[in-house]
Ligand binder design. Structure first.
Ligand code: ZN
Length: 589
């Protein structure tokens, strides 16, 4: 009887979410029929192992990685979760490169007889992600030489014309194009950071909520996007102008990039990336514009309109970079619960959680091991228990469930980016990605936060399931920080797959108002990305279990639904998804 009720609810989801939210509310038995028992203390037992000294803070390419990926695969097996890779293993190899720029370089700006020399780190920061070019290759004005066996790379540009391209944004859904078809091959592009802060025509004291995200950051504002656009137009270099306000952090954070950076190695050895990626501080941008006989503030003002066109600065740039390069073979761990429907089992719902943390580093209060108990041993423990609950279910969900424990999130979402660009199963057959990063460990809550709320139909699932748990959904309290772009769901979103990241709640059952905010702020201030992110005596895993039921229900319902979840109208990833499904011969319905 209960099963039939579940089936009815699932059909209801398929038929249209909003239309049927009332009938589901009237049948609370739906929830108890489908929500599995998930043991929060089982999660705690996994965290005890993963965050122990022996695991050395789980850095990629270390003994900590070997122990961690072996533990996850072993636990998947014990939970009844099958190997998720097509080669019959639990592992997906992720080739990474570690790049350290040589600081003894300068960049010069030249106009006629005038020449400015910029000092590395003080006046600019730049690197190249191009690696492993055997021998010497030439790309227009760019030369690349080197060989990873020699662990060194040299990339240079000389006499590259500099062009100011405003915010460097091309966003058809907002009728915005900063490039206007100009040929930018071999040029050095100077771009502003962030989304264009377009004032609201009705109220100039605030930002236009209908152009980009208003005060919330969209992907067009992220610096990774700016370098991608340079590559798209065949530019030689992209220099982003750093301004503390719009960037949200000081130039010292950018200067941190002179240490070793990890990245993925694409099959083309990253040769399709722009040769030189870098930043200049505001004062250098102002001086550069002045050298070209232009005014920085005026250019910036022009960049706020749809009429903006790229402005050649009349200045040429030259720089030669030397990198030290090393390669690392890391791993994503992949588990699978095969779907029960003979056709639909070839479609997937993916759970992501990163297994990595910072390893052994600078001691804080005498501890050198960055344990990462909450971030993200909890997410991995939760993933194992979600897998156990799915594996117990008979019959299994119609579609297959993939558990993807990814590497190198802390190095820039690299493991998830690798899967999203080198998927084991087609993304057009992947319905959704549900991410778990740093679970709630302080007890049950009356709410749950959905980062980037309103992005896709998954948020409607979230609202419904939370409602059945007697909880409400809250949006991210700080959307201007671009939280949606900072965990493992994002690389999937960027490739078009609807993806959701929820962050526990802050309104705790039986606690006064403000208690949860205090707990969360104290964690951020004292323990976040520090060795002291350890298991604490005040941990209460009942809230972890509550959230895992929510995550489980979401995956289950999406796996059963008649319809693929979609991005909402106006979302920046919607066009990519539609094109992907169309190419795969699948309509959006
Ligand atoms: Zn994390």
């Amino acid at each position: 009887m209960k099963r039939i009720v579940v089936a009815a609810a699932v059909m209801c989801v398929a038929g249209g979410w909003m239309a049927c939210s009332k009938p589901v509310e009237q049948t609370p038995t739906v929830q108890s029929a489908a929500a599995p028992d998930i043991d929060g203390n089982a999660v705690l037992r996994h965290v005890k192992v993963l965050a122990s000294d022996e695991y050395e803070g789980r850095a990629p390419g270390t003994k900590g990685e070997d122990l961690t990926v072996a533990y996850i695969a072993d636990q998947f097996g014990k939970a009844g979760v099958k190997p998720g890779n097509t080669d019959g293993t639990y592992m997906q190899k992720v080739p990474l490169v570690g790049i350290t720029p040589d600081p003894n370089v300068t960049m010069t700006f030249v106009k006629g007889a005038k020449k400015t020399t910029l000092k590395f780190k003080d006046d600019f920061v730049a690197w190249t992600k191009r690696v492993a070019a055997p021998g010497r290759m030439k790309f227009g004005d760019v030369t690349v030489e080197g060989d990873t066996t020699k662990a060194s790379e040299t990339v240079g540009i000389n006499g590259s014309e500099m062009v100011f391209v405003g915010y460097g944004v091309q966003a058809p859904e907002f009728n915005w194009d900063d490039y206007k078809g100009m040929d930018l091959k071999g040029k050095t592009l100077v771009m502003l950071v962030g989304d264009p802060p377009v004032p609201d025509p009705k109220d100039p004291t605030r930002l236009d909520p209908n152009t980009f995200g208003g005060s919330a950051m969209t992907y067009y504002g992220r610096w990774t996007y700016k370098y991608e656009m340079g590559a798209k137009f065949g530019a030689d270099a992209v220099l982003i102008v750093h301004e503390t306000g719009p960037a949200g952090y000081p130039f010292s954070v950018v200067q941190g990039k002179v240490n070793e950076q990890f990245d993925l190695i694409a099959p083309d050895n990253n040769m399709s990336r722009v040769a030189i990626e870098g930043w200049i501080p505001l004062e250098q941008a102002q001086a550069l514009c002045k050298m070209g006989g232009l005014d920085y503030d005026k250019l910036k003002q022009q960049a706020l309109t749809r009429e903006f066109k790229p402005v050649p600065l009349g200045v040429k740039a030259a720089i030669t970079l030397h990198n030290k390069v090393r390669t690392i073979d890391s791993r994503n761990v992949v588990g699978k619960i095969e779907g029960s429907d003979p056709v639909l089992k070839n479609e997937y719902v993916i759970y992501t959680a990163h297994w990595d943390h910072f390893g052994i580093g600078t001691p804080v209060n005498g501890d050198r091991i960055y344990h990462g108990a909450r971030d993200n041993a909890t997410g991995i423990g939760g993933m194992i228990e979600i897998g156990r609950a799915f594996a117990k279910l008979s019959p299994a969900p119609k579609r297959s469930i993939l558990l993807l424990a990814v590497t190198s999130e802390e190095q820039g979402l690299l493991g998830s980016q690798y899967y999203a660009t080198t998927p084991i199963y087609p993304l057009a057959k992947t319905l959704a990605v549900i991410n778990m990063d740093a679970l709630n460990v302080w007890g049950k809550t009356k709410d749950i936060t959905v980062v980037g709320l309103g992005a896709s139909d998954l948020d409607d699932y979230a609202k419904q399931i939370a409602g059945e748990q007697g909880r409400v959904i809250n949006p991210d309290p700080k959307p201007e920080n671009g939280g949606y772009y900072r965990s493992d769901h994002f690389p999937f979103a960027k490739q078009g797959v609807p993806a959701i990241n929820s962050n526990g709640g802050i309104d705790y059952v039986g606690k006064p108002a403000g208690w949860g905010r205090e707990k969360s702020d104290a964690f951020t201030a004292n323990d976040y990305h520090k060795p002291s992110d350890i298991i604490r005596p005040d941990w209460d895993m009942s809230g972890t279990a509550q959230d895992l039921q929510y995550y489980w229900m979401m995956g289950y319902r999406v796996a059963q639904a008649a319809k693929f979840p979609q991005w909402k109208a106006g979302n920046e990833f919607r066009a990519t998804r539609e094109a992907q499904l169309k190419a795969a011969g699948k309509g959006t319905n």
